[in-house]
Unconditional design. Structure first.
Length: 82
Protein backbone atom coordinates (compact mmCIF):
# COMPACT_ATOMS: atom_id res chain seq x y z
CA UNK A 1 0.00 0.00 0.00
CA UNK A 2 1.22 3.50 -0.81
CA UNK A 3 2.17 5.87 1.98
CA UNK A 4 -0.59 8.31 2.83
CA UNK A 5 0.04 12.00 3.47
CA UNK A 6 -2.25 14.29 5.40
CA UNK A 7 -3.14 17.44 3.45
CA UNK A 8 -5.28 20.50 3.99
CA UNK A 9 -7.41 21.60 1.06
CA UNK A 10 -9.97 24.32 0.59
CA UNK A 11 -12.98 22.86 -1.22
CA UNK A 12 -16.31 24.39 -2.11
CA UNK A 13 -18.92 23.49 0.54
CA UNK A 14 -21.29 21.93 -1.98
CA UNK A 15 -18.52 19.76 -3.44
CA UNK A 16 -17.48 18.54 0.00
CA UNK A 17 -21.08 17.89 0.98
CA UNK A 18 -21.54 15.78 -2.15
CA UNK A 19 -18.32 13.89 -1.38
CA UNK A 20 -19.55 13.16 2.14
CA UNK A 21 -22.90 11.94 0.84
CA UNK A 22 -21.11 9.67 -1.66
CA UNK A 23 -18.87 8.39 1.12
CA UNK A 24 -21.84 7.60 3.36
CA UNK A 25 -23.75 5.87 0.57
CA UNK A 26 -20.77 3.72 -0.42
CA UNK A 27 -19.58 3.01 3.13
CA UNK A 28 -16.25 4.75 2.53
CA UNK A 29 -14.32 7.52 4.23
CA UNK A 30 -14.45 11.07 2.85
CA UNK A 31 -10.75 10.84 2.05
CA UNK A 32 -11.28 7.65 0.00
CA UNK A 33 -13.91 9.36 -2.14
CA UNK A 34 -11.69 12.40 -2.69
CA UNK A 35 -8.68 10.20 -3.54
CA UNK A 36 -10.73 8.13 -6.00
CA UNK A 37 -11.95 11.32 -7.68
CA UNK A 38 -8.41 12.69 -7.96
CA UNK A 39 -7.09 9.40 -9.32
CA UNK A 40 -9.84 9.34 -11.96
CA UNK A 41 -9.28 13.00 -12.89
CA UNK A 42 -5.52 12.47 -13.17
CA UNK A 43 -5.93 9.35 -15.28
CA UNK A 44 -4.50 6.83 -12.83
CA UNK A 45 -7.22 4.32 -13.73
CA UNK A 46 -6.37 4.60 -17.43
CA UNK A 47 -2.68 4.11 -16.72
CA UNK A 48 -3.37 1.04 -14.58
CA UNK A 49 -5.51 -0.43 -17.35
CA UNK A 50 -2.80 0.15 -19.96
CA UNK A 51 -0.09 -1.29 -17.72
CA UNK A 52 -2.19 -4.37 -17.04
CA UNK A 53 -2.49 -5.08 -20.79
CA UNK A 54 1.12 -4.33 -21.66
CA UNK A 55 3.76 -7.01 -22.04
CA UNK A 56 6.64 -4.54 -22.47
CA UNK A 57 9.52 -4.59 -20.03
CA UNK A 58 10.28 -1.38 -18.19
CA UNK A 59 13.29 -0.74 -20.46
CA UNK A 60 11.22 -1.34 -23.62
CA UNK A 61 8.47 0.94 -22.36
CA UNK A 62 10.97 3.69 -21.57
CA UNK A 63 12.63 3.36 -24.99
CA UNK A 64 9.23 3.60 -26.70
CA UNK A 65 8.24 6.64 -24.60
CA UNK A 66 11.49 8.43 -25.45
CA UNK A 67 11.09 7.66 -29.17
CA UNK A 68 7.53 8.99 -29.14
CA UNK A 69 8.58 12.14 -27.28
CA UNK A 70 11.28 12.80 -29.88
CA UNK A 71 8.83 12.18 -32.73
CA UNK A 72 6.24 14.53 -31.20
CA UNK A 73 8.85 17.26 -30.77
CA UNK A 74 10.04 16.81 -34.36
CA UNK A 75 6.44 17.08 -35.60
CA UNK A 76 5.94 20.24 -33.54
CA UNK A 77 9.13 21.79 -34.93
CA UNK A 78 8.11 20.85 -38.48
CA UNK A 79 4.66 22.41 -38.09
CA UNK A 80 6.15 25.66 -36.80
CA UNK A 81 8.57 25.80 -39.72
CA UNK A 82 5.88 25.64 -42.40
Amino acid sequence: MATKKKVTLYVDEDVMRAARVRAARTDKRDSEVVEEALRAYLGFDVLASVWARSNLSEDEAMRLAVEESHAARADKRASRGS
